[in-house]
Design a protein around this ligand. Structure first.
Ligand code: SF4
Length: 487
């Protein structure tokens, strides 16, 4: 998948008195860096005060020893935010902090709500009136949820310290769309997953406490043991008394299928399955579905590697490297000017002509969203002497925008929105093109087939998309393909 596709953010939380919670949050965010590179932030509570440090940039750019040292406390939450064009600003960084009466709370949000406008109107506000808000972006969502919680917080004021939990209990049933939250007040760490569980959130045990993380790999990296996933529609409250679970909605699991295809780290576990092994199986399925005689199977690194390994294993065609990835190109890379434009992709990927020349290649990637990078990769391989290029994609055509937390832009920017596979083949300039069929993709995950959101592939949105939001992204004249189901 192209690296310019925004992601849904990553969240982390730790409750561990006596442990260096800010450092643990730093490590956790570092492990989740692939989920968002625009900004990073940590909120730490020492039982009396909450301190928030956040800034633009990668985790390692935002935090150093000097910034982490004063962050002492017994619980912390952290957030990495995805990159988008146009809404990049310090004010969008999370966690969001709100002061309520004598107290306060901080919130980190992974996902996107679909009823932002309705919620804002219920507050007598419009998105533009929210602090730092731009219409329909996740910042609006997070600021709005914080506002709703703050209002309820005052109304449930009580002396046993359960204000945040009770306020959330009133707000959560009103939210629609995709959300995994971590929150903290002075004494509690709270984790929440939306009723569909679009985005993962796992609970781990660490010496002296508990950890919440968007992915299990982040648990591993801070030395925590995986305990269980937070269930869709569940809120967990963690404090000195342990972990308390509260169900605020009936679960209807629809984990984002793209977590398996692309988003999650290969060393994470989803639905009890290794992501890396699932991606290899996708490659095996692809080989059995769309075999072609060839001399070498190669990945588009790094996203296509496990599926290419699986394809090679199942087909018996030798696996080889035909492209080298520059590991050090990050978001700070300055795009070349007009004259040097052609070198943009080459800065990230460069072919190995001696491995490619005269060969019939099967080139494997996990997905094609906009297609611009793929087209340039194909041109580079041709230039390097490939005699045939057979492109294989380990997921179906990406035809519909995501409204639940991944930023793919407008529908017209999606390569497969209005093109059939044959047209895409011609546009990319390949000899043949095949996409993995959806049932085979789901089969490869080894998880139950009723348990996924597949909206960007099928147009069947598990949570209804309001007209105003759909029109903006789908653009004039485009209708959703099926009546959308209510949650
Ligand atoms: S629409 Fe696609 S990217 Fe978005 S949650 Fe569903 S499967 Fe994931």
């Amino acid at each position: 998948m192209e690296s310019n596709i925004g992601h849904a953010c990553g969240v982390f939380g730790v409750y561990a008195p006596g442990q260096p919670v800010a450092n643990l949050a730093y490590l956790g965010l570092f492990a989740l860096q692939h989920r968002g590179q625009e900004s990073a932030g940590i909120a730490v509570s020492d039982g009396e005060f909450i301190t928030v440090v956040k800034d633009m940039g990668l985790v390692a750019q935002v935090f150093d020893e000097r910034r982490l040292a004063p962050l002492e406390g017994h619980l912390a939450i952290g957030h990495v935010r995805y990159s988008t064009t146009g809404s990049s600003s310090w004010r969008n960084a999370q966690p969001v902090y709100r002061e309520v009466a004598e107290a306060g709370f901080a919130l980190g949000h992974n996902g996107n709500l679909t009823n932002t406008l309705e919620l804002a109107e219920s507050l007598g506000m419009f998105p533009g009136m929210l602090p730092n808000a731009t219409e329909y972006d996740s910042t609006t969502d997070s600021a709005l949820v914080a506002e709703l919680v703050a209002q309820e917080y005052s109304s449930v004021a009580r002396s046993d310290g359960r204000d945040l939990e009770l306020a959330l209990g009133k707000v959560l049933p009103r939210l629609k769309g995709g959300f995994s939250f971590v929150l903290t007040d002075e004494a509690h760490l709270i984790g929440v997953r939306d009723p569909h569980g679009f985005w993962p959130l796992s609970l781990g045990r660490i010496e002296g406490g508990w950890v919440l993380a968007s992915e299990t790999a982040a648990l591993d990296i801070v030395g925590a043991h995986f305990v269980r996933d937070i269930e869709p529609g569940e809120m967990v409250v963690i404090d000195a008394g342990g972990v308390k679970s509260r169900r605020y909605a009936e679960p209807s699991p629809k984990l984002c299928l793209f977590e398996f295809v692309y988003f999650a780290r290969p060393d994470s576990v989803l639905y009890g399955q290794s992501v890396h092994a699932a991606r290899q199986r996708m490659g095996e399925e692809l080989a059995s579905q769309a075999m072609v005689p060839a001399d070498m199977v190669m990945p588009v690194p790094e996203s296509g590697i496990p599926a290419a390994q699986g394809f090679a294993r199942a087909s018996g065609i030798p696996y080889g490297d035909g492209l080298v990835k520059n590991r050090y190109v990050g978001r700070t890379f300055i795009q070349p000017n007009q004259r040097l434009r052609g070198s943009g992709v080459r800065m990230k990927l460069n072919p190995l002509p001696e491995a490619i020349r005269g060969k019939r290649l099967v080139v494997v990637d996990d997905s094609i969203v906009r297609g611009t990078t793929t087209r340039q990769v194909v041109a580079m391989l041709r230039e390097a002497g490939a005699s045939e290029i057979h492109f294989r994609v380990s997921s179906p055509p990406y035809r519909w925008p995501c409204f639940y937390g991944m930023d793919t832009g407008r529908r017209s920017e999606l390569l497969a929105a209005d093109m059939e596979v044959g047209e895409i083949r011609d546009y990319l300039g390949v000899d043949s093109l095949a996409y993995l069929e959806i049932d085979k993709l789901i089969h490869a995950t080894h998880a139950a087939d009723t348990s996924f959101c597949t909206a960007c592939l099928t147009g069947q949105y598990p949570v209804a998309i309001p007209d105003a939001l759909a029109k903006d992204v789908l653009e004039l004249g485009v209708e959703l393909p099926t009546p959308v189901a209510q949650p």
